[in-house]
Design a protein around this ligand. Structure first.
Ligand code: GSH
Length: 163
């Protein structure tokens, strides 16, 4: 296994602290028992070296040997290619994992991010704008409930939690 290095910020403002998107990558690395190390980049000064890895000046990014990958979803797909626990090799299982990864990023996070940002910024919750944001997320979560009612995991349903 090539050297995996995950980069995150050296400091995070209190509201999002603990929710930085390196968390999902660490989770996958831990589940797959892949050896990795974590390094930090300055939050305050986003220098050209940072932008060379992540063009928006964000985190996380992962280096795997001489490959550098930004976007947490792209990082997870990369790790999935290296580990069958994360991404089954059969086409059906692979597509299930891929569609739920995109659903998390493009359908659920699209709804959860405005909600989270409104909370972090302490926006008033007695407005039509807040109701729209709140209803949008609730509908997404409501649609997920029946999907999860019959299975432990969104994808790879045969996998037991301890395997
Ligand atoms: N779509 C990107 C989003 C990355 C992102 O928003 N990272 C946040 C930390 S969770 C960040 O760097 N925020 C600081 C900024 O945008 O300047 C991904 O999933 O990797």
């Amino acid at each position: 296994m090539a050297d995996l290095t995950l980069t995150t910020y050296d400091w995070v403002p209190p509201p999002p602290r603990g929710y930085v998107r390196d968390l999902r990558v660490r989770w996958a690395l831990e589940e797959a028992a892949l050896p990795y190390r974590v390094v930090s980049t300055p939050f305050d000064d986003r220098e050209p070296a940072h932008l060379a890895h992540q063009p928006f000046g964000q985190v996380p990014w992962l280096t795997d040997g001489d490959i550098s990958i930004f976007e947490s979803g792209a990082i997870l797909l990369h790790l999935g290619q290296r580990n069958a626990e994360l991404m089954p090799s059969d086409p059906r299982g692979r597509n299930e994992a891929t569609e739920w990864l995109f659903a998390a990023l493009n359908s659920v996070e699209m709804a959860s991010l405005p909600w989270t940002m409104s909370k972090f910024m302490k926006h008033p919750t007695d407005t039509a704008a807040w109701k729209f944001v709140d209803d949008f997320l609730k509908l997404r979560l409501k649609r997920l409930e029946p999907v999860l009612a019959g299975r432990e995991w969104l994808a790879a349903p045969s996998r037991s939690p301890t395997s």
